[in-house]
Write a protein that binds this ligand. Sequence first.
Ligand code: HEC
Length: 172
Amino acid sequence: MESITRMKIMATTSDRSPPHAAPVAIAALALLMVLTACGGDSAGSSGAASEASTEEVAEAAPVEFTVDLAQLPEGVTVEMVMEGRELFNGGGICYTCHTVAATGGPLAPDLTDDVWLNVDGEYESIIELIKTGVAQPVEHAGAMLPRAGMPLTDEQVEKLAAYSYMLSRTSG
Ligand code: HEC
């Protein structure tokens, strides 16, 4: 029953998120239309169609991201996670070191795994880390500035923390 509470986060092109179910429904609909148009090699069962829709979303979005609603920390909404994701790959400039996929590289660690170098991985600890940055990284060469050196409000930091938190708690 957990799986029913999962949902795909779509490419973050709009700044105002519609109600949760809408993007998923639209994706499924678009895919059905594609399948119909191609007349293609669909296996024909509705099960196959919904698997295919997952792949389709993965291709359309730069990085597929699944939010497990059961894992949201208290007080955190899907909207916060989605907005955090936009900030991560936009004004928060986090992607410049952590990469768009958030899997890290020479400059910054992977945020999608469950390994935490500087914090315990709880939501509050991630908020603190983003506020203070990492002056002396454990494994990486450069430092992370407080709020990545950007003029992020506390509210934006919480959204970024919500996204960072969920990154390591998603099946991807
Ligand atoms: C200049 C590169 C850089 C930028 C930009 C950056 N980070 Fe980091 N980040 C790092 C480094 C370096 C570490 C610490 C790695 C270490 O200890 O080895 C880190 C650590 C983290 C951690 C803790 C990971 C852990 O395992 O302890 C989180 C969460 C995080 N960053 C989130 C963010 C967010 C959110 C942003 C955008 C607001 C951001 N980072 C921007 C370089 C960066």
